[in-house]
Design a protein around this ligand. Structure first.
Ligand SMILES: [Zn+2]
Length: 65
């Protein structure tokens, strides 16, 4: 499909090439790079969530009652 090689800007609706990370029209990040940032943030969230849960578990068993 020819549309597959292009993606639309969320802000100004201009079409940019798939290889572009930022809109050529307005300079805002394009959907794909936004998604990557979201995924990275989600990974960081789960990493810190697991770390905090582990810390709480260790504290429950380690601290004297
Ligand atoms: Zn744009």
């Amino acid at each position: 499909m020819p549309g597959d090689s292009e993606k639309q800007c969320l802000y100004c609706r201009a079409m940019s090439r798939q290889s572009e990370t930022h809109c050529t029209q307005c300079g805002m990040p394009l959907p794909d790079s936004l998604h990557t940032g979201q995924t990275r943030r989600q990974q960081y969230f789960w990493l810190s969530f697991t770390a905090i849960s582990l810390f709480c578990l260790i504290m429950v068993f380690w601290l004297p009652r």
